[in-house]
Every structure is written in structure tokens, then in C-alpha cells.
Design a binder for this molecule. Structure first.
Ligand SMILES: Nc1ncnc2c1ncn2[C@@H]1O[C@H](COP(=O)(O)OP(=O)(O)OP(=O)(O)O)[C@@H](O)[C@H]1O
Ligand SMILES: [Mg+2]
Length: 497
């Protein structure tokens, strides 16, 4: 094989108290999609930040097309044709699509920005991306996440980046958006670029990647240049350093009385009244495509929105919650899907971020805090969910993406709650840690609590839930017991008729 176009040469990256990358060496070829995999906190995003010049390496260098580079800022990396599509998108929300696309290279005539040319260039690139539906003057804040990602890719194309890296690009995309993204990734590869692709999704690796590199604890474990002889179990055990026979580890249990009852609920996001019940000790799944109304439905139950009709009965009493706080007081908590934007305080500690809700909702006398209880609570979940952090007092902003997710998930796991509604609880979370989260859900159910899991992950809902409600276009189509919940059946119900 030819020399790799891009080579990481003995890269180390040390933060105070953390060795995020430890002597990493491997190469990536032009014309290939190269997956980067590893547990939460393994160092994947840090490696991309080294590549983009955001992090200056502690040791080592990059080789690009036979030349040695050590970037000390992002501009130097840009000049070498490197573009990173981060998970937290970096566009300016209040500027137009055209301005965002052409930022830094706006066409000018005698010192004035040439708006007409700008719009033309933007239109061309949007068409090229298959996004002709987006108008160049639309404000970026009005685009979906998937569309914003396309604008980021457009920016990379306009600069003709030779190396394009994606950090978990499909984790918040709809099915259609995911398909389109995959098409474009393949095209970038066929054009002879180097594509690096960070993902936690096994099926994406086998479907669209040509090579995969595995990291563990900042170290390079292995690069597979040929995926044909590779199987999923090998990948998993290389990633987590042990065999996991069954990620889902389902446990059955007896169910008690009905805890939650929905009777003809109507409201925002629904097209027909919804009725179902959830028993004590039950893990109830809600499956559907993005936009099917699952989150909207549960928001009506949990007091985020108000139902227009119907009744919610909780422990046998009709309840109507005017706010999420009221629902939480009654014992229902909803851990939202968009956890990052739901108030993470990056400079505050892991412990403070984790304890926020119990402090806000359960301390009658809000000004008093109970430091020892808070510390114990933080330590408990750091251990139980294997949150990778130097300690409870570390600022949460320095944790890896998946570990931040775990902290915010733990925020909702208070003992006073009887019914947990979890919206996409394992998004962005690695296989090993997913196993921890599933175990925690089963433990809650064993204690007689109930869990409603909203998930777009077919393998997940069909494997961990006792029953699965399938929604499509704002309607509850069917409720399928676990024994009958094949992936094919669930998908068949969820897809447009
Ligand atoms: N700015 C920083 N300051 C201190 N530590 C950091 C900083 N950035 C990253 N780290 C640490 O470096 C390690 C690697 O983090 P990184 O974000 O690269 O993980 P990752 O593989 O992308 O994980 P995930 O799958 O959760 O996104 C983690 O232990 C993280 O806490
Ligand atoms: Mg990351």
C-alpha cells in the first residue's frame, strides 16, 4: 500500500492531571473513511483537536503528505487543508447561510462585500450538497441540526479541505438526515480525501468505513486496515478491554400495579388521542422515527406542555402538572433528549452539575445545602456510571462528551422519583457504559420504579424494554410485548405507511 496521506506520529497530549493521548501513532489513507472508536474519554475528540490545531501537542507531530507539522493554532491547520465537523456546531446562528458558508472568504468588489456573488456561490454549494431547499439568506438558527452540519461540510468543501474529520456526526440526526450524511461522506472519500469518522455505532463502521482505529485510555490499541476479517465482538473487546457478551443484559421481573395511566391524551405534536399504561417495575419503550411525537407526548405528561384533552392518572389519581417542577414533586422526572443545551454549567464542578436538581427541588429551604449528602450522591453515580473524571470537583467542561452526558443523566436519578422518563438515554455513550446504564435501569425497575425509555435505537428498545409503544406521525400505532418485538416488526410499524 502507498504511504498514508496523514500520519499521527507518537502524539501525546497532557492536561493537568490527565494524559488524554499517550504516544499515539497510526496513518490514514486518502480515499478512505477511517473510523475512530473507543470508550467515552478514550481521547478521540482530543485527537481531532490536535489535528485542527486547537490543542497544541505535548509531544509528537503530524505528517501530512510527507511533511512534518506541529500546529500551534487553528489557522495553521486550516492552511494545510484540514476541516473538522465538531459535534457542537460552530456556526454563527444569527448570520445567514451564505455568510456562514463563506465566512473568511467573502467575495468583495473594491472592498465591499459582493452580496450577489456571495449568494450565487452559496447556492451552488448548497445544490452540490443536495440542499437546494435551503435559501442562502435563511438564518442559520432556523435550520435543523442536520442542515447546520451540511453548512459546516459546505464550508470545508469551499476551502477544498483534503482532510475532513467528523466527531459523532449522526448522533442527533434523523433517519433521513443520516442517510444523506452517509452519502456525502462516501462522496468525500471517492473524491480522494482523507475522512476521519468518530462514532460509537458499530453498524456505521461496517457499513461505510474502510479502516478503523481503536483507542483506550489515550492509547492506540489497534488499526484494522481490512474490515472483512473483523467482527463486532472483537471490536468491542478491543475497545473496552474485556469481553461483553450481551451489551443489553436484559433481566425480566414481575410487574406491580399500574403506576401511570394515559387516557385519551391530546396536545401539541399529537394527531390522535393517546392511551396506555405503565406498571410498577416496568421498562416501557417508545420507539419511532425522529418527529413521530414521542418526546412531545411525554412532555405533555411531565408538565412541560399542557395537554388539550384527556387525563393522566398517576398512582390512581388524576393529575395535571402545571410545570416540570410539579411533576417532579409528585415523583415523575423527565431527562430530556437535548441534554447539553439543557443547562450544563461548564466551569462548575461535576458534583455541582450532578446535584443541581436535587438541590433545586428537594431542599425545602433552598439556601441551605447538605454538602456531605451531595458529595456522597456525586461519588455514588461517578462510580455506578463509571464517569471518567479526576474527581467530583473537576469542572464538567473538561470531561469528554459522553462523560458529560452521564453526569446530566445522573442528575435525574433521585430516590424521590417513581417514574423516570428518559429521552435517548444512551446517545453518545460507548458500549461499555451503555451496559452500566441498562443495569441501572433494571435496578430501578427492580425497586418497583417505572421507566419510560424514548429511543431511536432499534436494537436498544427491542432488547431492554418489557413492552414497546411505536409512534408514527403523532399517533401511537401499536404496543408490542418484548417477546414479539423483532426489529423488523418495530421498524415496519414506525415507517410511513
Ligand atoms: N480541556 C481539557 N482539560 C482537561 N482534561 C481534558 C480536556 N479535554 C479533554 N480532557 C480529558 O481528556 C480525556 C479524553 O477526552 P476526549 O474528549 O478526547 O474523549 P472522547 O474519546 O472524545 O470521549 P467521548 O466518546 O465521550 O466523546 C478525558 O479524560 C477528558 O476528561
Ligand atoms: Mg468526544
Amino acid at each position: 500500500m502507498t504511504e498514508p496521506y496523514l500520519r499521527f506520529d507518537n502524539i501525546s497530549m497532557v492536561f493537568p492531571g490527565v494524559r488524554a493521548l499517550d504516544g499515539v501513532s497510526f496513518g490514514a489513507h486518502a480515499g478512505q473513511v477511517h473510523a475512530l472508536m473507543g470508550e467515552n474519554g478514550a481521547g478521540k475528540s482530543t485527537l481531532l483537536k490536535v489535528l485542527s490545531g486547537v490543542n497544541r501537542v505535548t509531544e509528537g507531530a503530524l505528517w501530512i503528505d510527507g511533511e512534518r507539522h506541529v500546529f500551534s493554532n487553528a489557522r495553521e491547520a486550516l492552511r494545510q487543508g484540514i476541516a473538522i465537523i465538531y459535534q457542537e456546531l460552530t456556526l454563527s446562528p444569527n448570520m445567514s447561510v451564505a455568510e456562514n458558508l463563506l465566512l473568511g472568504q467573502l467575495p468583495a468588489t473594491r472592498g465591499f462585500i459582493d452580496r450577489r456573488r456571495m449568494r450565487e456561490q452559496a447556492t451552488r454549494i448548497l445544490e452540490d450538497l443536495g440542499e437546494a431547499g435551503i435559501h442562502p439568506s435563511t438564518k442559520v438558527r432556523d435550520l435543523s441540526i442536520g442542515q447546520q452540519q451540511m453548512i459546516e461540510i459546505g464550508r470545508a468543501l469551499l476551502r477544498d479541505a483534503r482532510i475532513i474529520a467528523f466527531d459523532e456526526p449522526t448522533s442527533s440526526l434523523s433517519v433521513q438526515e443520516t442517510r444523506q450524511l452517509k452519502r456525502i461522506v462516501k462522496r468525500l472519500r471517492d473524491e480522494g480525501r482523507v475522512v476521519l469518522y468518530v462514532t460509537h455505532r458499530m453498524e456505521e463502521v461496517f457499513e461505510m468505513c474502510d479502516a478503523v482505529t481503536i483507542f483506550r485510555d489515550g492509547q492506540h490499541i489497534r488499526t484494522h486496515d481490512n474490515l472483512e476479517q473483523l467482527d463486532q465482538d472483537t471490536l468491542v473487546s478491543e475497545m473496552v478491554g474485556r469481553d461483553i457478551e450481551d451489551v443489553y443484559g436484559y433481566r425480566s421481573r414481575d410487574h406491580g400495579d399500574v403506576m401511570l395511566e394515559l387516557d385519551g391524551i391530546e396536545g401539541k405534536g399529537l394527531r390522535a388521542p393517546v392511551s396506555f399504561e405503565v406498571k410498577r417495575g416496568e421498562v416501557f419503550g417508545l420507539f419511532g422515527l425522529v418527529g413521530a411525537g414521542r418526546s412531545e407526548l411525554m412532555r405533555l405528561v411531565c408538565g412541560v406542555e399542557t395537554a388539550k384533552a384527556g387525563e393522566v392518572r398517576f398512582h390512581g389519581h388524576a393529575r395535571r402538572f402545571a410545570s416540570p417542577t410539579e411533576a417532579i414533586r409528585a415523583g415523575i422526572a423527565m431527562c430530556p433528549e437535548d441534554r447539553k443545551s439543557q443547562g450544563i454549567f461548564p466551569v462548575a464542578s461535576v458534583a455541582d452539575n450532578l446535584n443541581i436538581s436535587c438541590r433545586r427541588f428537594f431542599k425545602r429551604w433552598g439556601v441551605f445545602r447538605d454538602p456531605s449528602r451531595e458529595r456522597a450522591n456525586a461519588e455514588k453515580y461517578i462510580q455506578q456510571l463509571s464517569i471518567k473524571t479526576p474527581g467530583p470537583r473537576t469542572p464538567i467542561g473538561t470531561l469528554s462528551g459522553g462523560n458529560q452526558q452521564k453526569v446530566i443523566l445522573a442528575r435525574w436519578l433521585s430516590e424521590e422519583i417513581d417514574l423516570f422518563v428518559m429521552d435517548e438515554p444512551t446517545r453518545g455513550i460507548d458500549v461499555g457504559a451503555r451496559r452500566d446504564i441498562y443495569t441501572l435501569l433494571y435496578d430501578l425497575a427492580d425497586q418497583g420504579k417505572s421507566v419510560v425509555v424514548i429511543s431511536s435505537d432499534l436494537a436498544e428498545v427491542s432488547s431492554i424494554c418489557d413492552r414497546i409503544g411505536v409512534m408514527r406521525d403523532g399517533e401511537l400505532i401499536d404496543i408490542v410485548p418484548r417477546e414479539e418485538a423483532t426489529q423488523q416488526r418495530l421498524l415496519g410499524l414506525a415507517l410511513p405507511a
